[in-house]
Design a protein around this ligand. Structure first.
Ligand code: PNS
Length: 164
């Protein structure tokens, strides 16, 4: 039997990380020896938080989970897969509406790198409607986002969107 560490990569924008993402992290670490949570440095998305802020948020909320490593990556995901020696890409699938884009992305990644397998994990149903985009919209309008993100992230959002 191989003693090689089985590593998976969980890429995302994490702008910001939500309780749904953390649920996926907790499920994925049970399946692999190491889970590399990788913040995509993707300028096309116009993020609210910088990569450095998102890395700090991930450290605060997932950094103490055994088996989790937190990194950022630029460029193509399959290159990060190779860099970290991952055997799988992990993505969360909340609802059927996520499926089409995720399916396309998984197949494109496999086309670009045949060894790049994607596995989908379903978060707990209580998070099936939680998205970073919605959280930011609510926070921007000073609504209550406490049920959907860890307290440290709620505070970051409060400060980000505090009335000037
Ligand atoms: O949390 P998100 O915004 O759904 O994450 C998207 C992410 C970072 C996983 C995706 O944008 C990505 O993989 N970017 C890297 C660029 C890439 O590899 N593109 C080709 C495959 S679609």
């Amino acid at each position: 039997m191989s003693t090689k560490k089985r590593i998976a990569i969980y890429p995302g924008s994490f702008d910001p990380i939500t309780n749904g993402h953390i649920d996926v992290v907790r499920r994925a670490v049970r399946l692999f020896d190491e889970l590399v949570v990788a913040v995509g440095n993707n300028n096309t998305k116009n993020p609210v938080f910088t990569v450095e802020q998102r890395l700090a948020q991930l450290e605060k909320t997932c950094g103490n989970i055994p088996g989790v490593r937190i990194v950022s990556f630029s460029g193509l995901l399959y290159e990060a897969v190779k860099t970290y020696g991952a055997v799988a890409v992990v993505r969360g699938l909340r609802a059927v509406s996520d499926f089409e884009w995720e399916f396309q992305m998984a197949l494109m990644n496999r086309e670009l790198a045949p060894e790049c397998e994607t596995i989908f994990l379903m978060p707990s149903p209580e998070y099936s409607f939680v998205s970073s985009t919605m959280i930011k919209d609510i926070a921007r309008l000073h609504g209550d986002i406490a049920p959907f993100v860890p307290p440290a992230i709620a505070e970051d959002l409060r400060l980000k969107f505090a009335a000037k």
